[in-house]
Design a protein around this ligand. Structure first.
Ligand code: ARG
Length: 257
């Protein structure tokens, strides 16, 4: 995770961002601390990367790379405003001895790559280049399945879908092309389908450990559905970070060993 000390909305690279309204770093830090505490209370270990002044979106650690089997596939950002984050995250892993791969193709890490037990689901359409899907597949030795995103409000795969554990997922159908929806239905006949209201509060930007699901508090419909499915729902308030288009998952880069 990366403490949002230098957070703000100073440019616009997705429909959620409005630089004329701005955002408060102090509020973001307070909400982010609560997210970090939620993970720690669930028994998860949290490591931190130092935030860098001038990189207001660096709090969205998910975009910093993709780590599977202890190997780190580095991010290469689509917009120049975030370009410097790629090397910063890569260096963090390199210095700690992880085998790293500098990406040749545009990809925004776990924003567009979601790892399940057998496969990695990968989004394209707004940020991550399809060529990066193959690059990640070959570096990580895991099959990667491409999914096309079509709604600019759900510009990263992790804004529209999350892994529940046990090989199942939850997603918002409206974010995907019709053909990608056919793929999702075939792969996940028992998926937990979310409605637009929950998607619009970034309810799909959730983090599941297979039992507990950390999720934006306002996603009330999805929270109820997940509870009915037997999950322990852990609501968090990340309204300030949502002004930049991010939620709990965006703030979290999972280190899979
Ligand atoms: N403002 C950031 C961007 O548009 C938000 C990134 C959110 N991260 C995520 N994993 N969806 O790049």
């Amino acid at each position: 995770m990366c403490r949002p000390e230098f957070f703000g909305v100073t440019y616009k690279i997705n429909p959620w961002m409005d630089p004329s309204k701005g955002a408060s770093a102090a509020t973001a830090v307070r909400q982010w601390e609560a997210l970090k505490s939620a993970y720690q209370s669930l028994g998860h270990k949290v490591s931190e990367i130092d935030p860098i002044d001038g990189l207001p979106d660096m709090v969205f650690a998910a975009n910093g790379g993709l780590v599977v089997d202890g190997r780190m596939y580095g991010a290469r950002f689509a917009f120049p405003e975030r370009a410097a984050e790629g090397p910063a995250y890569l260096e963090w892993f390199e210095q700690r001895g992880y085998p790293v791969r500098e990406a040749a193709f545009i990809n925004e890490g776990e924003g567009d790559f979601l790892t399940l037990d057998e496969v990695i689901l990968a989004g394209t359409g707004f940020r991550t280049d399809m060529a990066a899907h193959l690059e990640a597949q070959e570096f990580l030795g895991r099959p990667v399945i491409t999914l096309r995103l079509v709604d600019p409000r759900f510009y990263h795969l992790d804004t529209a879908l999350f892994a529940l554990g046990d090989g199942n997922v939850s997603y918002y159908p409206g974010a995907f092309s019709d053909d990608s929806l056919r793929v999702l239905r075939r792969l996940f006949p028992d998926a937990v389908i979310a409605g637009e209201a929950d998607a619009l509060v970034l309810g799909l930007n959730a983090v599941s450990d297979g039992k507990n699901i950390v999720i934006n508090a306002e996603a009330t419909g999805l929270r109820d559905t997940l509870t009915r499915h037997g999950y322990q729902v852990v609501p968090v308030d990340l309204t300030e970070l949502r002004k930049a288009g991010g939620g709990p998952k965006c703030c979290t880069l999972e280190i899979r060993l």
